[in-house]
Design a protein. Structure first.
Length: 116
């Protein structure tokens, strides 16, 4: 079983920044995908950003240019730098990792609240 622990959420004013981190209990070096999802109240969970094993990144249109996903294989961590936050970014953010032959794992989530 792989455990993922997110941190870095909190309350910030619109236009501010937060950096989320996700620490994995196992190596992420071989992960197929390392993703960040979010879920706002009353809405479905949606993909925000992610990285492939080859180092490519992908982003939802609504965060392009504002959010940056990165990984540190040596520390088994994945991060999400969020700049220019908007009230509509308010949600619980989840880290998720897809490991070959082991499946997808999820963190417990961290709350991000952006005030106007």
């Amino acid at each position: 079983q792989v455990q993922l622990v997110e941190s870095g959420g909190g309350l910030v004013q619109a236009g501010g920044s937060l950096r989320l981190s996700c620490a994995a209990s196992a190596s992420i070096f071989s992960a197929n995908h390392m993703d960040w999802f979010r879920q706002a109240p009353g809405k479905q969970r949606e993909l925000v950003a992610g990285l492939t094993s080859g180092g490519s990144t992908y982003y939802a249109d609504y965060v392009k240019g504002r959010f940056t996903a990165s990984r540190d294989n040596a520390k088994n961590t994945v991060s999400l730098q969020m700049n220019g936050l908007k009230p509509e970014d308010t949600a619980v953010y989840y880290c998720s990792i897809d490991l070959p032959r082991r499946g997808r794992y999820w963190g417990q989530g961290t709350q991000v609240t952006v005030s106007s």
